[in-house]
Design a protein around this ligand. Structure first.
Ligand code: GDP
Ligand code: MN
Length: 381
């Protein structure tokens, strides 16, 4: 999966004629300040962390400035951030446009219905997560017929696009569709899409390119693998580690058990934030390493779910206990362990001795970890 950073997504938008704010990338506070001082970025401006995680607006990774000095200071502050475990290496500076309305618009694949799907909401912006499902308009698009005029009108009406902007909106939706098709995207998302006076402008861009189509897009091979820094370290160490948006860390072994664990977690109302597949190992040091990596992602709570086969339960327990000694006190988190299988009794005894909560029932342990993370029970996020 190639996820494009916002600035790359906007480059793509520009190429296809989708309006985006005037902007420039900077790698230091000095560069940021100079970009505004030279007028390359008009004032007032927005300074945005170029990380792959969402929720930057709410997380202090999008700031505003009126002067070159303020822009420099904002860039410095953002470049010092580690946003959801992802080190910020670049900021995007852009003109700050006045916003009349913030809309949500995306094109994705509805895999169950086997069709591309447009999703649109008149309440876009940072509150989209809390928008009621019923306020989101869904328009499936036939993959062979392509986007038809009446479908565009349905979306425009659903969003309440004012008549003078109707033509511009039509063109915009067509161009986003063109990106979705020609670039083999699995997601093209604009949130917010801003109505700004006479213009419709994409203030954010999230584009994900489908893995299976990469063979016909050699240009994306150039995109540095935009793994989060922790994901990069994990890859070097041969640990499958993926960062998501939630706050609970899951360590399991084998893809099947890992996925099943995530499913049960979601069912009980937990939000997985990181999952780590230990794979098969009989080396406690590898377990320790994996665990320390997890700690760096700062989860609210961690669930360790291991089925002992090649990976013996006592190996896992030893690695875990060693890791707990090394995790600095200020980054400790509640831990629930469930280890079953080969050498289970020995592993469980070691954990209990070390004061680590060890349960054997899957649902019970998942509930315990969701409670520990402070998530409200029931309902999925
Ligand atoms: P995200 O939170 O990571 O999705 O980051 P966004 O790029 O969506 O920015 C978050 C919020 O910052 C947006 O919803 C806007 O409210 C605000 N914002 C971003 N760019 C501009 C801009 O050019 N003008 C104004 N007024 N607000 C902006
Ligand atoms: Mn956004």
């Amino acid at each position: 999966m190639v996820k494009l950073a916002e600035w790359r997504g906007k480059e793509l938008f520009r190429k296809y004629g989708v309006a985006v704010p005037v902007g420039q990338l900077a790698r230091s506070a000095a560069e940021a300040e100079a970009a505004v001082r030279s007028g390359a970025v008009p004032r007032p401006c927005v300074i945005k962390a170029q990380v792959l995680a969402g929720g930057r607006g709410k997380g202090g990774a999008v700031r505003f400035a009126n002067t070159p000095e303020e822009a420099g200071a904002a860039a410095r502050a953002i470049l010092e951030l580690s946003f959801r475990g992802e080190k910020v290496r670049e900021v995007l500076l852009e003109e700050k446009l006045p916003i009349d309305r913030e809309l949500y618009l995306s094109i994705t694949l509805d895999r169950a219905a086997r069709t591309p799907l447009i999703m649109a909401s008149a309440t876009g912006g940072v509150e989209i997560e809390s928008a009621a499902e019923s306020t989101i308009l869904r328009v499936p698009v036939h993959p062979f017929a392509g986007l038809l005029p009446y479908e565009r009108r349905r979306v425009a009406e659903g969003l309440g696009i004012p008549t003078p902007l109707a033509k511009a909106f039509d063109a915009l939706l067509d161009r986003l569709w063109a990106i979705f098709v020609a670039e083999d995207a699995e997601l093209v998302e604009v949130n917010p899409l801003a109505l700004s006076g006479e213009r419709i402008v994409a203030l954010d861009a999230k584009v994900i390119i489908e893995d299976d189509a990469l063979f016909r897009h050699p240009e994306y091979a150039e995109v540095p693998d935009e793994l989060t820094p922790l994901e990069e370290i994990a890859r070097e160490k041969g640990i499958a580690f993926v960062q998501l948006d939630g706050n609970i860390g899951v360590i399991a072994n084998g893809a099947g058990l890992t996925m099943a664990t995530l499913d049960v977690l979601a069912e009980v109302g937990g939000r997985p934030g990181i999952f780590l597949d230990l794979g098969g190992t009989d080396d406690p040091a590898k377990v320790t390493q994996a665990f320390l990596l997890m700690a760096q992602a700062k989860p609210r709570a961690v669930f360790l779910n291991i089925f002992g086969g090649v990976t013996r339960c006592d190996t896992v327990a030893r690695g875990l206990i060693e890791a707990m000694k090394q995790v600095p006190p200020e980054t400790r988190f509640p831990l629930v362990a469930r280890i079953r299988g080969h050498n289970e009794a020995e592993g469980v005894a070691l954990l209990r001795e070390a004061g680590i909560t060890s349960l054997s029932d899957l649902r019970e342990s998942v509930r315990a970890v969701v409670d520990a993370a402070g998530n409200p029970p029931g309902g999925s996020a």
